[in-house]
Design a protein around this ligand. Structure first.
Ligand code: SAH
Length: 479
């Protein structure tokens, strides 16, 4: 390491910026955004602010004097961007005065370099590559951006606000550290990160004995109900990914794809719960009980569910059980199979004038299908998305016929959507049970409605198959 990352106090004095053109303005924006006072020597005489507004302009002073003879007393750093030979001369002058100097893209004449910055208020991350590759530094920064919760700066600020008063009440340093670790890792930290600062403040103020809180041998457990999406791991939300990385134990549905389970930290315990059709599994009460026990023992629990936890996922019941048990919890939505299938097979679920409503329904068994009030589904401008509808396909068809939907209504059966082995079959309502047989195995969703005509090609199955053509051929044949 040649360049040590340190943080410069911009309140200590002005920064001198020398150069011209877009390079100068880029550095001007960086420095202004950081809150620096800036003395600009524009070699080309331009006073262009590069999109900065009046508030920033108040920190910027244009100086006409030659920078090589200008007064540098009180200046905290010198930055040259697009300054040509003047940059090199300025570097020699600044070094002679013991002033930190940066000449853009010229590490040899720089005594400091600019890192790529992740700026979250009080939390700032600097990424450097010793001046070798700013592009690599930017890629690293993007990865860190994705990893850091958006409100991490607010968490730091929140703690900053209480640090003095709490520290005065805990004498021993290690105990102080444990106090803050418990606050950050527990429900108070989670509340701040979720944007509920008021709640966090109340909880923190309610701690009557901070030393005792810090000494508690068990960390505070919590449960995150996480939607895993329909299968493609890249469709996990950033929040879901973070929860998987933080979890001590994950209770997952059978439906969650192996590629997603791969994103769980290696040393995390994984427990498969939930049932597959036809196979017995752990009952819902047992799942609730095990989640609660794990959280009560201080673990960070993730309950990982296919799609979205609140769409035919029994997430509602689990939340009620967690509330009743007084466990801290959070809910992270996921992409539900219906939306994943629509995107994968390019079926717009709504379409101007043609489809103005969407219904998501479940028809697990023919028995369930009998309980559906099909008469509410007569509107031809309604797209119907059916979950768990493979075995009940004949009953779904019968129900929609009874409601007066035309046998020629376009239908798509989309299996294993967003996964590498996704498969689709397209036809009309009349052929629904046959279409279900065409896709080799579930899980599958059924999309019913005129919008299916707009589907893209069934790429995985046969690159030349055009859904609109299939439907129009079928209709021709029927006539
Ligand atoms: N909470 C889930 C739904 C669970 S119910 C969600 O929001 O997606 C299980 C049903 O979801 C399956 O029977 C099937 O209809 C549908 N499903 C789940 N994953 C799927 C996938 N990858 N492809 C097609 N359908 C899927």
């Amino acid at each position: 390491m040649r360049f040590l990352p340190v943080f410069l106090d911009l309140k200590a004095g002005p920064v001198v910026l020398i150069g011209a053109g877009e390079l100068l303005r880029t550095k001007l924006r960086v420095l202004a955004a950081a809150g620096a006072r800036i003395r600009v020597h524009a070699i080309d005489g331009s006073r262009e602010l590069g999109g900065l507004d009046g508030k920033d302009a108040a920190q910027i002073e244009f100086i006409a004097t030659d920078p090589l003879v200008a007064d540098l007393s009180g200046v905290i750093a010198v930055v040259c961007a697009g300054a040509g030979d003047v940059g090199v001369a300025m570097s020699i002058r600044a070094k002679a005065l013991g002033l930190p100097v940066n000449v853009m893209d010229d590490p040899e004449h720089s005594s400091f370099i600019f890192p790529a910055i992740v700026d979250r208020g009080d939390v700032v991350v600097a990424v450097g590559t010793g001046g070798t590759s700013p592009v690599v530094a930017r890629r690293v920064r993007e990865k860190i951006e994705a990893l850091l919760p958006a409100r991490i700066g607010e968490l730091a600020e929140f703690i900053g606000g209480f640090r003095k008063s709490v520290n005065e009440r805990i004498a021993e340093f290690p105990l102080r550290r444990r106090f803050w670790e418990r606050v950050i890792d527990g429900s108070i930290g989670a509340s701040v990160l979720a944007g509920r600062k008021g709640e966090a403040e109340t909880a923190l103020k309610a701690i009557s004995d901070p030393s005792e809180f810090a000494r508690a041998d068990k960390p505070e457990g919590s449960v995150a109900l996480v939607g895993a999406g329909p299968g493609d791991p890249d469709l996990l939300t950033i929040k879901a990914l973070r929860a998987l990385q933080d979890a001590d134990i994950v209770f997952h549905d059978e439906l969650v794809s192996p590629e997603i389970l791969d994103r769980i930290r290696r040393d995390t315990t994984r427990v498969a719960v939930g049932r597959r059709v036809g196979k017995p599994g752990i009952g819902q009460d047992a799942i609730n009980r095990r989640m609660i026990e794990a959280a009560q023992s201080g673990q960070r629990v993730v309950r990982l569910k296919g799609g979205d936890p609140f769409v035919f996922g029994r997430g509602g019941e689990e939340v009620e059980a967690l509330r009743a048990a007084g466990i801290a919890y959070s809910i992270i939505p996921g992409i539900t199979a219906g939306l994943g299938g629509a995107a994968d097979f390019e079926v717009p679920l709504t379409y101007r004038h043609e489809a103005t409503r969407i219904t998501f329904l479940t028809a697990h068994k023919a028995r369930d299908a009998e309980t559906v009030d099909w008469s509410t589904l007569t509107d031809t401008r309604m797209t119907v998305v059916v979950y768990m509808g493979m075995t009940a396909a004949p009953a779904v068809r019968a129900g929609l016929f009874a409601a007066g939907r035309s046998p020629e209504t376009p239908v798509g059966v989309f299996a294993r959507v967003t996964r590498p082995d996704a498969q689709g079959a397209i036809g009309t309502l009349r052929d629904l049970p046959e279409l279900v047989r065409q896709v080799s195995g579930g899980p599958a969703i059924l999309i019913i409605g005129d919008v299916v005509r707009h589907a893209g090609s069934l790429h995985r199955q046969n690159a030349t198959t055009n859904p609109a053509q299939i439907i129009s051929d079928l209709l021709d044949a029927a006539e």
